[in-house]
Write a protein that binds this ligand. Structure first.
Ligand code: GLP
Length: 241
């Protein structure tokens, strides 16, 4: 793994945006795996800025997102569809048909998982997969457990994840307890993985991910087995490495 230790969130966002930009400039028809959460927001802002300056073109780029809450439709303010539109897609020239997220409103869970697996297969290789890191080591919504789940699945979110993500919901809003997520094998099949981590509150888990044993109890630790992982983390997040 290659680790870039940077000073702060701003620098993390810029460095990661540079890595993503390089991929898009060198391969305009690339497939990029995208993530949600607070961490990548600064990256999307930076990419939008460069797009507006005319330095980036997303017209041929294809995207695949990691996950979506079950039960939220794309107009729901807490859905990841809404997040991606608001923080990225609406500001750049992605073609809608080139963007992909799980359908949180699907009635048939198995059919939706099969559909999303097929979307991933049809895209061919993911050239670069962007990942954030949950406080319990989750990537996408692959929560800690006894085993890794390979393909897209519907997961019961852990109490700590529900608690962590509740900060983004307004009072009285029902927080989803289930989500669809891309599986670990699909993530690991990406050619290159870019993990971004910010803040002291992630220092313990980042240390476990990088230096601890590889175990499904810390899902992101499996990244140690991938041959092209770049981690961009700020001082706070690196403080226990
Ligand atoms: C959510 C997402 C993850 C994300 C994680 C961390 O659970 N499903 O993909 O990495 O939150 O979010 P944050 O960056 O806000 O800490």
């Amino acid at each position: 793994m290659k680790l870039y230790q940077v000073n702060d969130y701003q620098e993390m966002s810029r460095k990661a945006a540079n890595i993503i930009s390089a991929k898009i400039i060198l391969k305009p028809q690339c497939v990029i795996g995208l993530a949600t959460g607070s961490t990548p927001i600064g990256i999307y802002k930076q990419l939008i800025e460069w797009y507006k300056k005319g330095d980036l073109d997303f017209s041929e780029v294809k995207s695949i997102n990691l996950d979506e809450y079950k039960g939220l439709d794309e107009n729901h303010k807490q859905s990841y569809h809404y997040f991606m539109n608001k923080n990225f897609f609406y500001h750049v020239n992605f073609k809608k048909e080139n963007t992909n997220l799980p359908n949180g409103m699907a009635d048939n869970i198995d059919a939706e998982c099969d559909r999303y697996n097929q979307v991933i297969t049809n895209l061919g290789e993911i050239d670069l997969q962007l990942l954030g890191l949950g406080h319990n080591g989750h990537i996408g919504f692959n929560e800690p457990g006894e085993e890794y789940k390979n393909g897209t699945h519907c997961v019961a979110l852990s109490e700590s994840t529900i608690e962590a993500n509740s900060r983004l919901f307004e009072e009285g809003e029902v927080i989803p307890k289930y989500a669809f997520t891309m599986g670990i094998r699909s993530i690991l099949k990406a050619k290159k993985i870019l993990l971004v981590v910010s803040g002291k509150d992630k220092a313990d888990i980042l240390n476990q991910v990088l230096n601890g044993p590889v175990t499904p109890k810390v899902p992101a630790s499996i990244l140690q087995f991938h041959n092209d992982v770049t981690v961009v983390a700020d001082k706070g997040a690196c403080s226990k490495i």
